[in-house]
Design a protein around this ligand. Structure first.
Ligand code: NAP
Ligand code: MG
Length: 502
């Protein structure tokens, strides 16, 4: 892989179709859209663009597979075996999938490798988890018996963002099909390719036709259409908070089940007693991983005033050393931004910080990367002299930009950390166990990372408090979000019941 170049791809096709009812098809209207390699700005492939008629086809196929198909009736071990097979096929095509993901997103090789590995492990995790997912037997009076069954919810629409196209798809596809649901996946328009591949792989592994359908297309057109669709039982959405709010509103019309994984503005707290080197390296990864285009990016850095100078000397130095370059090269730390629009958004935030009186410590402008002049690149950026009311402190930037300020004590930093409408991630760097426990308990966020820059592994719950959404993915309890609980209450008494006494 390290020798791979953008030109050497054998994996890429010129045209990618929709994947409906186990087959690759064109859109009914014949419409297509283009996906671009954001590292170069070059068109990567033509992709069929689904219309509402195509969404209807996909929902109908999913409904038919759910009502009349065999997938949900398989013994659980058989479904688990198919999930393992999906993982096996993905592993056997690992390099190809990694390269396709890099070409479609501009992310670095190491990031893509980690994310594709995790996607594979998610299928393995749910292959195991589903075997232990079961109902309960409950205490009722002696002549009665009550047990519950976990039944698959039905047809689920799954809407995916562009920042982790395959990994986010795996977070949704694996638990849904593990429990026996049928799904219609709408990938982000900017990054549809690996989700299409995943649909094909599911079918190759033995998932029956119609269970997994992939329909690239516009979010406002078919994404919204799926959310409103009468024949869709659930929508699982990962994306921005404003669209999440719209989805929750539209889904209420049909009382769809909703899972929302939304934005964040996660704090990263470095106490004076922290292992400084580890905190510097972890904070670097916490914000600049995936070019800062992460919902759990630790984008607000709070450093204890006693170590501010020492920390910053190292943090700024290492930030300047981060290598932007060919995403397919092993040595590249930072890939490109997803598109020109996002680049403009990031730069506008930095400009707003300057106008509001903040100081750009390093970075702060689009980057020029040799050989990739047509792509969308931004310098890893640190902004100081910020106050809590500034836009860059309050709003999600979704790029390689971190804001830094100091604090005096635990009480103050807890207040600062929680001073946000979001509540997704958070990091604490300290060697004091009592402090770690107190602060971890006080933070209003779904994820607390202690002396560790990583937010999740397959099995750890991932999701938000407050306006970062609700529902937890990547874990065992996700299976409950794709099932209904049915309670079966039976009477076994020797005399017939006569509750009216008639
Ligand atoms: P986005 O604009 O909200 O789009 C996400 C997905 O929703 C895309 O597939 C998009 O389709 C679709 N969509 C857009 N408008 C829609 C509508 N009205 N109805 C239904 N679907 C619609 O977000 P993004 O810019 O792709 O992703 C970045 C955001 O995702 C960030 O805010 C980030 O924090 C969040 N995120 C959260 C998590 C998490 O787990 N909490 C993980 C990753 C990302 P198009 O592509 O066609 O627009
Ligand atoms: Mg692309």
């Amino acid at each position: 892989m390290s020798q791979a170049t953008v030109e050497s791809q054998a994996v890429k096709r010129d045209f990618y179709g929709l994947f409906i009812n186990g087959e690759t098809v064109e859109s009914e209207s014949g419409r297509t859209m283009r996906t671009v390699n954001p590292a170069t700005g070059e068109v990567l492939a033509e992709v069929a663009k689904a219309s509402t008629a195509d969404a209807d086809r996909a929902v109908a196929a999913a409904r038919d597979a759910f009502e009349n198909g065999k997938w949900k009736k398989y013994p659980v071990g058989r479904r688990a075996k198919v999930l393992h097979k999906i993982a096996d096929i993905m592993r056997s095509r690992f390099n190809e999938i990694v390269e396709l993901e890099i070409l479609d997103t501009g992310k670095s090789l190491s990031a893509a490798q980690g994310q594709v590995s995790q996607a594979i492990e998610n299928f393995e995790f749910y292959a195991g988890a589903i075997v232990g997912h079961r109902g309960t037997v409950n205490n009722v009076p002696g002549q009665f018996h009550n047990y519950t069954e976990k039944e698959p919810l039905g047809v689920c629409a799954q809407i995916i963002p562009w920042n982790y196209p395959l990994m986010m798809a795996s977070w949704k596809v694996a638990p849904a099909i593990a429990v026996g649901c049928s799904i219609v996946v709408k990938p982000a328009s900017l990054t549809p390719l690996t989700a299409i591949l995943l649909g094909e792989i599911c079918t190759e592994a033995g998932v029956p036709a119609g269970v997994v359908n992939i329909v690239p297309g516009s979010g406002s057109e078919i994404g919204n259409y799926l959310v409103e669709h009468e024949d869709v039982d659930k929508v699982a959405f990962t994306g921005s908070t404003p669209i999440g709010k719209e989805i929750m509103g539209s889904a209420s019309e049909t009382l769809k089940r909703v899972t929302l994984e939304l934005g964040g503005k996660s704090p990263n707290i470095v106490f004076a007693d922290a292992d400084l080197e580890a905190a510097v390296d972890g904070s670097l990864f916490g914000i600049f991983y995936n070019t800062g285009q992460s919902c759990e990016a630790r984008s607000r850095l709070y450093i204890h005033e006693d170590i501010y100078d020492e920390f910053m000397a190292k943090f700024v130095e290492k930030t300047k050393q981060l290598k932007l370059g060919n995403p397919l090269d092993k040595g590249t730390h930072i890939g490109s931004i997803i598109d020109q629009n996002q680049l403009n958004v990031i730069d506008a935030y930095v400009q707003s910080a300057i106008e509001e009186g903040a100081e750009v410590i390093t970075g702060g402008k689009p980057a020029s990367v040799e050989g990739f002049e047509g792509g969308y690149w931004y310098e890893p950026t640190i902004i100081g002299q910020v106050t809590q009311d500034m836009k860059v402190v309050k709003e999600e930037i979704f790029g390689p930009v971190v804001v830094v300020s100091t604090f005096k004590d635990e009480k103050e930093v807890i207040k600062l950390a929680n001073d946000t409408e979001y509540g997704l991630g958070s990091s604490i760097w300290s060697t004091n166990d009592g402090r770690i426990k107190r602060v971890a308990n006080a933070i209003r966020a779904g994820i607390v990372m202690v002396n560790c820059p990583f937010s999740a592994f397959p099995g750890t719950p991932f999701g938000g408090y407050k306006q970062s959404g609700f529902g937890r993915e990547l874990c065992i309890e996700t299976l409950d979000l794709y099932t209904e609980t049915k309670s079966i209450l039976s009477y076994y008494g020797s005399r017939p019941l006569n509750p009216f006494g008639m």
